[in-house]
Ligand binder design. Structure first.
Ligand code: DGJ
Length: 540
């Protein structure tokens, strides 16, 4: 039998299906039955065509990524209602296998950055059948209404067809490991739908499932309609519930056919702004941090609400990671800016135990999304991420296992550039920046005589405590010192071994050399060339 792509159909038994596991509020993505750290990149929005793929694969290769996130658009798989064309999906999946890369497919359906731009024309322009949201003044808005059963039915049917097709072509390979349902859902400029149907729903009681999870930020009624319970937050929360229910229904139907992990991505509200009702300052109803509980209540088929990081300040990145990593929500960063300034956050994100991370726009299409991302479109854009991924990739499986066990921590150099400390059992790890490899410079905000490459914050370190006195450290542009705490407090300590090397594909450590003398006398100094150290501490 010949598959659509011309490749022979694989007759292996199905590999175990990718899924998430949880342990004490920490998570791992399991792929082929083993923990998997997703070293991802996301392609540009219009790279979802066979002709565009060569420029994507070239960048994926330079990035040393093990996963590509790339759109599948409703308009391309169902240009004519009821007639499906999966030729792009077939090409994509087959080429991913050839490139030895996994896929995360982004379902650009009813909602892409809140708009219906990726819906087929028969949806986009038929307001009577697929109604748009109505604003407070009765004006027709740009977003499709999440209250329309007909729109939901049509999107769901297309998504189910896609999942069914994936099951058919990929069940024995599991090249596709996760699916994003819609993209940056929500609405700009309008807190919710004010159509008669939505108005009627707004006056209904808040469902018990929501009341049980989402506490009101104001002291409102314990039960009642959305404004009675949530006051001025009611419009946004109601809209979040409507969108989450809509997406949850699509995800549930898709998973019933082919049960891959599924997530939603968020256009973020400012994580540092004191909590306040929506005031036209973010996409209302999207999975922003304050409504994760509503998404959990309304869309149990969605595993993760995930942040898209496009505010590069270290305080905002850290705040967003804090807000989205929860016992009920695995940390996953499906998008972040692709400029070099973001690359150090890979250490912080993976160190925190995220299941994966992906800079956005890592392909060689002649397009840049500056100022959100890099001005560059060639290898120089990819290189800062590529060197980090190349270092992590051989130990990606080990890392995911350590993260699940709660053995890892990570930091990125902050904009303040001050030292930071990570706490582990009976040891702490202090990381400082802009030091030469020999000697100590006093920490000053205006340090001038600094190593090349440290002009802007570029340091990052991820640490795993793999034994009582044993650590794996991976990082760049940083000085690392390990000191005694807890049961070791007060002891005189010394490095027993500081081996530089790498883990091979079988997980075996391969040492290159042992650091001693100058290389260890002034902390362990990581340069712009990311390195992996396996360290054993001793005391006397
Ligand atoms: C976030 C969206 O999810 C992406 O698809 C893309 O539009 C970027 N913003 C901007 O380049």
């Amino acid at each position: 039998m010949i598959a659509l792509t011309g490749a022979p159909v694989d007759s292996r038994a199905a590999a175990p299906i990718p899924h998430l596991v949880e342990k004490d509020g920490r998570y791992a993505l399991i792929v082929d039955g083993k923990p998997f750290t997703m070293l991802g990149v996301q392609a540009h929005n219009s790279s979802n065509y066979p002709g565009a793929l060569p420029e994507v694969w070239a960048a994926v290769k330079d990035a040393h990524a093990n996963t590509l996130e790339i759109p599948v658009a409703w308009e391309q798989i169902e240009p004519v209602e009821g007639k499906f064309d999966f030729s792009y999906v077939d090409t994509l999946v087959e080429q991913a296998r050839r490139n030895k890369v996994r896929l995360v497919l982004l379902w650009f359906g009813t909602t892409k950055n809140t708009s219906p731009a990726y819906t087929p024309e028969w949806v986009k322009f038929d307001n009577a059948r697929f109604p748009r949201m109505i604003d407070k003044d009765g004006k027709v808005g740009y977003c499709l209404s999440p209250h329309s059963e007909e729109t939901l039915k049509a999107d769901k049917r297309a998504f189910v067809a896609l999942m069914g097709h994936l099951k058919k072509i990929d069940e024995s390979h599991r090249t596709v490991i996760m699916v994003q349902v819609e993209n940056e859902a929500g609405t700009y400029g309008n807190p919710r739908d004010f159509s008669p149907k939505a108005e009627a729903a707004f006056r209904q009681a808040v469902p018990q499932t929501v009341l049980a999870r989402k506490k009101s930020p104001i002291s409102g009624a314990a039960s009642g309609n959305w404004s009675e319970v949530y006051g001025a937050y009611g419009d946004e929360y109601f809209h979040a519930y409507a969108i989450a229910s809509y997406i949850g229904e699509i995800a549930k139907a898709g998973r019933a056919v082919y049960n891959l992990p599924m997530y939603v991505n968020a256009a973020l509200r400012d994580p540092l702004e004191p909590m306040a009702p929506w005031k036209n300052n973010f996409a209302s109803g999207g999975p922003s941090h304050d409504v994760i509980d509503i998404y959990k209540a309304a869309a149990p088929a969605i595993d993760i609400a995930a942040p898209d990081l496009y505010a590069s300040e270290s305080s905002r990145v850290s705040a967003n990671l804090e807000l989205f990593q929860r016992r009920d929500n695995a940390l996953f960063v499906p998008e972040m800016g692709n400029s070099a300034i973001y690359s150090r956050y890979v250490y912080q994100i993976l160190g925190r135990g995220a299941i994966g991370v992906a800079p956005f726009g890592v392909d060689y299409a002649d397009y840049t999304n500056y100022p959100l991302g890099s001005k560059l479109t060639d290898k120089t854009m990819v290189e800062p991420f590529g060197k980090i991924y190349a270092t992590f990739r051989p130990m990606a499986q080990l890392w995911a296992g350590w993260a699940l066990e709660g053995r890892t921590g990570g930091i990125a150099e902050s904009d303040a550039r001050t030292p930071q400390t990570l706490s582990f059992k009976d040891w702490n790890v202090t990381v400082s920046f802009r030091q030469w490899q020999l000697g100590e410079q006093p920490e000053k905000p205006d340090m001038k005589d600094i190593p090349p490459g440290t002009e802007t914050p570029s340091g990052g370190v991820a640490v795993a405590q793999i034994g009582d006195n044993e650590f794996v450290v991976v990082g760049q542009h940083a000085r690392v010192k390990i000191g005694p705490t807890g049961a070791n407090a007060g002891k005189s300590t010394l490095y027993a071994r500081v081996e530089e090397g790498r883990f091979d594909e079988s997980g075996k450590w391969v040492m290159t050399r042992n650091w001693n003398g100058d290389q260890a006398d002034h902390g362990l100094n990581l340069t712009g060339r990311p390195a992996v150290l396996k360290i054993r501490m001793g005391s006397y």
